[in-house]
Design a binder for this molecule. Structure first.
Ligand code: MG
Length: 382
């Protein structure tokens, strides 16, 4: 049995991970669980996995024995005795130190969280390089696009890759043009056409900041330059991403949108096993369309991608600025069309070429969000 730590166990990915683990019977043992807040869901999980040690920022649930509580938080859970694979399904950049600690202490990581690589990709890359071996064996993507690329690359050499093509649904405002989006409401932005997710990532999918973050993830996961990473609009979300090779061949991974598939692949790679994920028939998929992601159509995508290509500390800046901007939009303090400006202005203000260490990332993240939350009119936040 492989010992698992699941960080973010009560969120959507965490819960689906437990579903996959249950369906796989005796392959995995749940050794550690962490949740972003106290809840009956966490208490139920702790009752279902009586061997699991836990942590959440609100403190231990009443009645939990002290042996089952990890006061050292995510880092302690990720490096507990018996943990071999750490599933990172937390929100924000909270898990970055735990990911580094897990990699440095010989654990594998299944990564569902984007902020880890957006803010600390250079630190993760250094930890992987120090460890040697196949980096994808150690750091396994759970994001559906990156799982698709990983599956396409099995048996291939990276130096034969001409480019990676990430697919994007285009979100609820596809085809409306950036200029027309000043007055869209949070409710409109929260109705994603194909995936059910939390509010932050759903807005990120409407601005395509999510896709720009995935470009950054791809850069670190596959160690390719940004010039070899593209994105294309594919409204049906059936083709999860493509790889173009030197000879002109494309490989793609297809399937109905269901996160249980990439979650399971990250747990069982290189094995493919029966899965509780939805199975689809190509006859029912209808037309599969691809459209160029035109410059200017999604200004936030352009802004984040350009900042990422400049490198330095800008991953942390765009991540923090986007968090403040999305919160301001969801609370009605700024318009949808202001999100890209907020990010752009933050990059101009805080961006430098120096790659920050862990403490500098945490400090910069707090500073950018504090200042922007205040300037964007957040009342009594943080
Ligand atoms: Mg994705």
């Amino acid at each position: 049995m492989t010992g698992l730590a699941i960080l973010g166990s009560t969120g959507s990915i965490g819960r689906q991970t437990l579903e996959v683990v249950t369906a796989l019977d005796d392959r995995f043992a749940v050794v550690a669980l962490a949740s972003g807040h106290a809840s009956t869901a966490l208490e139920e999980q702790l009752a279902e996995y009586p061997g699991a040690v836990a942590w959440c920022p609100d403190g231990p649930p009443s009645g939990l024995s002290t042996e089952r509580w990890a006061p050292g938080g995510l880092v302690e859970l990720a490096t507990l005795d018996g943990v071999e694979l750490v599933v990172v399904a937390t929100t924000g950049m909270a898990a970055l130190p735990a990911v580094i600690a897990a990699l440095e202490s010989g654990r594998r990581v299944a990564l569902a969280n984007k902020e880890t690589l957006v803010t600390g990709g250079h630190l993760v890359a250094a930890a992987l390089a120090a460890r040697g071996g196949d980096p994808l064996e150690v750091l396994r993507p759970v994001d559906s696009e990156h799982s698709a690329i990983w599956q396409c690359l099995v048996g291939e050499r990276l130096d034969t890759v001409r480019r990676l093509v990430l697919t994007a649904s285009g979100g609820p405002f596809r085809g409306r043009g950036a200029q027309a989006l000043g007055g869209v409401t949070p409710e409109e932005a929260l109705s994603h056409p194909t995936w059910r997710m939390g509010p932050k990532i759903t807005v990120d999918s409407a601005t395509l900041v999510n896709k720009a973050f995935e470009v950054i993830e791809a850069r670190w996961l596959y160690r390719l330059p940004y010039s070899k990473i593209d994105a294309v609009i594919h409204p049906q979300s059936v083709v999860h991403s493509l790889v173009e090779f030197a000879d002109g061949s494309y490989k793609a991974q297809l399937g109905l949108p269901d996160m249980k598939l990439p979650i399971q692949y990250a747990l069982t790679h290189p094995e493919r096993l029966a899965s509780p994920a939805r199975h689809g028939d190509p006859v029912d998929w209808g037309r599969l369309e691809f459209e160029a992601l035109a410059p200017g159509e999604y200004p936030s995508y352009d802004t984040v991608r350009a900042a990422a290509e400049l490198g330095g500390n800008r991953g942390t800046v765009v991540n923090a600025a986007d968090e403040s901007a999305v919160a301001a939009f969801l609370e009605g303090r700024i318009g949808f069309d202001r999100i890209s400006d907020v990010i752009d202005e933050a990059v101009a203000r805080w961006g430098t070429d120096e790659e920050p260490g862990l403490d500098a990332i945490v400090g910069l993240d707090a500073e950018v969000r504090d200042v922007l939350d205040r300037e964007l009119g957040a009342a009594g936040r943080r």
